[in-house]
Design a protein around this ligand. Structure first.
Ligand SMILES: [Zn+2]
Length: 349
């Protein structure tokens, strides 16, 4: 058997989620443009072996074409009929895929919801819904980040924000009086008015960050955030925070901590510090500031967005193709009706 045949056999045995990981890994080489979206969708989501986009079943047959020429499929395992874009973030929208491509371009350019709505000629409410659908899909991929080599980690804090419309959330009641705009009425220090976001950055700029809990960092929240994300073979560099000692000890990761002034440490001829993670914090804060504050329940999604557009500096078109590929490959995980139902703040206080 040729290497290619071996590869195809191995590929066909991959689960759907492994295929997504595979495509996002090799997507540098996958050329997606507005013109070849349909073939790309078929290739990545259904493949020659014909895998059902709903149940992973392989008893899938062609089932005619739609008026616009799109191939329809029928899964004999679950009985569902589908087209290549079914059960993805773009399904059940009446907009052409090229509008989605334009939308992603606006996201890469960090445009606001209103600017994006105008450019794509969609309603503001659609602009909002699409942003969160896309970010929820990308969030799935963020959880597959694996940091190796020298990894710098440090937590940062954001003010808790209940910004947004809560009218559809049956059990939401404002836990404190609303802050007036322009007033820095947030309490100083690390009270339950701050959300703790552990962040880590690996070699090459790949980063991971997640809003974890209210108030000060703890060893439990560091473990919760980084378990399975930082390789046991990594060298972890942090400031003098003791929460990282417990995590590194338990995970068997080598830990190098700077002194209280966060100066660099020399060990075995190499110099370690926390400059890269501090720069990451600054870029994240700048990004969130651009949107005039982000509701805490959506903060995680904005972190993913910032990671994606800042982790590499490739040519814009190439990055757009990658993003499009990632977004289209992922199965739908968020329904619009669920957006208002997200918990307002993460974890226990
Ligand atoms: Zn099926």
């Amino acid at each position: 058997m040729s290497a290619l045949t071996d590869f195809i056999t191995a590929y066909n045995e991959l689960s759907y989620s492994d295929r997504v990981v595979f495509y996002t890994t090799v997507s540098n080489d996958v050329n997606v443009s507005e013109d070849n979206l349909q073939p790309f969708l078929i290739e990545t989501r259904i493949t020659d072996k014909r895998v059902c986009v709903y149940c992973n079943g392989t008893h899938v047959v062609k089932n005619g074409t739609r008026k616009d020429g799109t191939q329809r499929y029928l899964c004999r395992d679950c009985g569902k009929s589908f087209i290549p874009s079914s059960h993805s973030v773009t399904s059940r929208t009446k907009k052409h895929l090229s509008v989605w491509a334009k939308y992603l371009k606006c996201m890469m350019e960090k445009k606001t919801l209103a600017e994006t709505a105008e450019e794509c000629r969609i309603a503001l409410s659609t602009s909002f819904a699409w942003r969160h659908k896309i970010l929820a899909s990308l969030g799935e991929l963020a959880d597959k980040v694996y940091l190796e080599g020298t990894v710098e980690a440090d937590e940062t804090y954001f003010n808790v924000s209940y910004k947004g419309n809560h009218s559809k959330s049956a059990d939401f009641s404002m836990p404190r009086p609303a802050h007036k705009r322009g007033n820095d009425s947030h309490t100083k220090g690390l009270s339950s008015e701050k959300v703790c976001v552990p962040c880590a950055i690996g070699e090459g700029g790949l980063a991971y960050a997640r809003p974890e809990k209210l108030g000060k960092v703890s060893s439990e929240c560091i473990e919760e955030a980084f378990d399975g994300i930082i390789s046991p073979g990594a060298i972890l560099c942090t400031d003098n925070e003791k929460a990282y000692r417990a995590f590194a000890g338990k995970a068997g990761i080598s830990l190098i901590q700077t002194d209280t002034d966060c100066r660099t440490v020399s060990e075995g001829g190499a110099v370690y510090g926390v400059q890269r993670i501090n720069a990451f914090h600054r870029s994240l804060k700048d990004f969130v500031r651009r949107f005039h504050g982000v509701s805490t329940k959506h903060l995680g999604n904005y972190i993913v967005w910032n990671d994606l557009i800042s982790c590499n500096h490739r040519e814009r078109d190439e990055l757009l193709a990658q993003l499009l590929g990632k977004v289209l490959c992922v199965r739908k995980t968020l329904y619009y009706r669920d957006i208002p139902r997200k918990a307002p703040v993460p974890g226990p206080a």
